[in-house]
Design a protein around this ligand. Sequence first.
Ligand SMILES: Cc1cc2nc3c(=O)[nH]c(=O)nc-3n(C[C@H](O)[C@H](O)[C@H](O)COP(=O)(O)OP(=O)(O)OC[C@H]3O[C@@H](n4cnc5c(N)ncnc54)[C@H](O)[C@@H]3O)c2cc1C
Length: 380
Amino acid sequence: MNTANKPRIVVLGAGFGGLELTTLLSEAMGDSIDVTLIDKSDSFIFGFSKLDVMFGLKQPEAVRLPYASFAKPGVRMLKRTITAIDPQSRRVVTDDGVFEADHLIVALGAEYDFDATPGLSGTNEFYSVPGAERLRDVLPGFRKGRAVVGVCGAPYKCPPAPSECVLMLHDYLVRQGVREACEISLVLPLATPVPPSPDTSRALLAAFAERGIEFIPGRRVASVDNTRNVAVLDDGSEMPFELFLGVPKHQVPPVVLESGMSENGWIPVNPRTLETKHENVYAVGDGANTGTPKAGVFAEGAARAVASAIVAKLRRRGSGTLYDGFGTCYIEFGGGRIGKVEVDFFSGPSPTGNYYEPSVTLRADKEMFGASRRSRWFGL
Ligand SMILES: Cc1cc2nc3c(=O)[nH]c(=O)nc-3n(C[C@H](O)[C@H](O)[C@H](O)COP(=O)(O)OP(=O)(O)OC[C@H]3O[C@@H](n4cnc5c(N)ncnc54)[C@H](O)[C@@H]3O)c2cc1C
């Protein structure tokens, strides 16, 4: 690709946000721009695939989408670890080279802050791929006693995921023939499982009740005592467990913390334009503090707004479309059925949600959601 005099756009992170953003830029501008997409990994994996791996429903190799298959006109995909970001000069240092940008987009997602919850690092978590793979081997040994699924801080990725986890755990224990000997508890720092949609929350609470799953709302796990196998909640109460499945507290990755771009763990942005306080520097996805959920569909929505703003600037035409704060999430209810919620954060004075009853048909919709991204981004 001849890059002379082309606008240089550097996108940090090839997750939901970075993949969609670079795809849109390529579709709109093709080879007339010089886009560099940087990620430290070899492959992308959908967040929901972690639950499938953990419960042994899918093999890790089957859910990895290799970046080697990501090929778009005008875009260079590079495997590098980003070690420093200077948002002022839009200069990025990696383990193999320095990159300078006319437009810089930070799409590095959220990472896990194990130090924020004493004892957590000695337990199991299911929010990373290695964590999910480890649990796949731990779960068969859990045959009696209490399993606690505990969230250690909000905001966290995909608010329905811990609820999905307990419902899938119920099914797993039934399949193993040990459900009667086990208890399942869910500790959530939210008042309800999906706050913007009371109907979805009601349906999840009914599903918990039907299956004898204990729900403890408005509490987070403050520490884990691994010598006594006890989770300590933020009100000081203690929950003994035989199996602990944790969702760690989240924050932006260390390289973003060190860049000075974040405040209280997240990058402040204009929620509708995703602009940071630095000129021509945007943040999309989980790392950006937009007030919308940390989920792939919302990262895609933010990417659409940033792509349209950059294209408008480059074409010197208009100002692009605003981020709509709208997203559709599929929810595993167990028993092979999937529910759906459409959440709208910006249209009204407060967020609203539309709930769709779980069904086998919606499973096909969820599969289509994954397959369409797989084909759009990776041509697979
Ligand atoms: C269990 C679970 C279930 C989920 N289910 C759903 C769901 O059903 N629907 C949904 O929409 N969302 C779901 N999510 C959430 C979804 O996965 C995330 O919200 C989404 O991936 C965020 O996109 P992103 O682009 O902000 O970041 P990410 O997709 O996390 O991408 C960030 C990228 O940055 C890279 N990176 C980080 N640091 C560096 C560095 N220093 N150098 C180079 N590269 C770096 C990472 O390798 C990564 O590829 C789920 C998440 C979990 C954990």
